[in-house]
Ligand binder design. Structure first.
Ligand code: ADP
Ligand code: MG
Length: 252
């Protein structure tokens, strides 16, 4: 649970009437959501319900078919290349498969984007990278290549890479689903720490323990729509919608 959420301040991320169609099939069918600064929102739902598409729209990886997304009052999906790039810089993303560049060292992986985007000089980027690596216990791996790291270590590097851009929020798409069970905990621990520090996070996950403990709100999606949103206690303890109950019965 995070301390920084204030319901009265304007949302960091605001989503209205979001629709995303793939060849006429609506992956998102009218999604409205507000995400407050410092909030941890956990998104759950069956496979194919639109969870990935939703968060990919939030950082401009997918162009919405209709609707509006604003980050800090500025629209994300404009036609302008520059606006799009700026929006993506402000919202970090961590994928299920880590997506590190295999031919680059850990340090290069982390420093590449901040340098390219001009948010840091080479020296600043390295200093930040080492500091962040130390925080997740991986400073000694700075010169290693991804293949030399365990899945959990690679995912912690991916989180550091997102943090190095000093994002306003980080989106996580099933960050522990590809990990060996013994390394899931070390990644969740880093995420828990980020939440405690007030990072705004949207997390697609099947880790219900994490959701119960860390989420400010849980959002259940089905067939491209938000079926219900509430605190973990509400959604897990007494879901309002039968579809939520069915899903929880299936996975818990
Ligand atoms: P989830 O993450 O909840 O499993 P997704 O957002 O990945 O769901 O997918 C929602 C729906 O959109 C699914 O039916 C999926 O097949 C479809 N979809 C997602 N991405 C694409 C794409 N690039 N092209 C075509 N269909 C897609
Ligand atoms: Mg997905």
């Amino acid at each position: 649970m995070t301390a920084a959420v204030s319901p009265s301040s304007p949302p960091l991320i605001s989503v209205r009437g979001l629709v995303k169609s793939f060849k006429g099939m609506r992956a998102l069918d009218g999604v409205d959501a507000d995400i407050a600064r410092g909030e941890v929102l956990v998104v759950i739902g069956p496979s194919g319900s639109g969870k990935s598409t939703f968060i990919r729209c939030l950082n401009g990886l997918e162009m919405p078919t209709d609707g509006r997304i604003e980050v800090d009052g500025a629209p994300v999906q404009t036609r302008s290349n520059r606006d799009w790039r700026r929006a993506r810089q402000r919202i970090g993303m961590v994928f299920q498969d880590y997506s590190l560049f295999p031919h680059m060292t850990v340090l290069r992986n982390i420093c590449l984007a901040p340098q390219r985007a001009g948010v840091a000089t080479a020296a600043q980027a390295e200093e930040t990278a080492i500091r962040l690596l130390r925080r997740v216990g991986l400073a000694h791996k700075a010169d290693s290549y991804p293949v030399e790291l365990s899945g959990g270590q690679q995912q912690r590097v991916a989180i550091v890479r997102a943090l190095a851009m000093k994002p306003d929020a980080i989106l996580f798409d099933e960050p522990t689903s590809a990990l060996d069970p013994e390394t899931v905990g070390e990644v969740l621990a880093v995420m828990r720490e980020l939440a405690r520090e007030g990072m705004t996070m949207v997390v697609v996950t099947h880790e219900m323990g994490f959701a119960r403990e860390v989420a400010d709100r849980v959002m259940f999606m089905d067939r491209g729509r938000i079926v219900e949103t509430g605190t973990p206690a509400q959604v897990f303890g007494s879901p309002a919608e039968p579809r939520t109950r069915e899903f929880l019965d299936m996975i818990l």
